[in-house]
Write a new protein. Structure first.
Length: 136
């Protein structure tokens, strides 16, 4: 599977199928294989992109200077640029929904649709943010 270097680290991703692009944004403690049934079904009609979060699966460590979900959203936009994908439908689970919503706010012109599952939108207390970032 391919890698893209984003902010000096290798980001591992899957790019399968053709058609309108669907980005699968997963949860902490899982790699992109969590989406295997969805990838199999969706890639018959869609170009499916799934990625390993920083520090998960085959992706590198959280890039130095990454301190917010906005940074992660910007990094995923860089991946989309690398893949020459202008518009996506984003499916976000847990933290994938958290940074996915930030991506949608930062670049609404690049979003066809947004599915958010078991996620949270809002400011996190600093101790919670630090704990979750330690999972990267």
């Amino acid at each position: 599977m391919p890698f893209a270097t984003i902010d000096g680290q290798a980001l591992h991703y899957l790019d399968q199928g053709s058609g309108p692009a669907v980005l699968l944004a997963g949860s902490y403690l899982w790699d992109l294989n969590m989406w295997a049934p969805q990838i199999e079904a969706l890639s018959r009609q869609y170009r499916v992109i799934a990625l390993d979060l920083w520090g998960h699966g085959q992706s590198g460590a959280l890039p130095q200077g990454t301190t917010s979900l906005d940074d992660i959203a910007r990094q995923v936009l860089a991946l989309l640029d690398h893949l020459q994908i202008e518009r996506i439908s984003l499916v976000g689970l847990s933290v994938g929904g958290m940074w996915g919503a930030r991506l949608a706010l930062a670049a609404p012109q690049r979003i066809n649709g947004l599915v958010l599952m078991d996620t949270y939108l809002g400011a996190e207390p600093e101790p919670t943010r630090q704990y979750y970032f330690s999972l990267f």
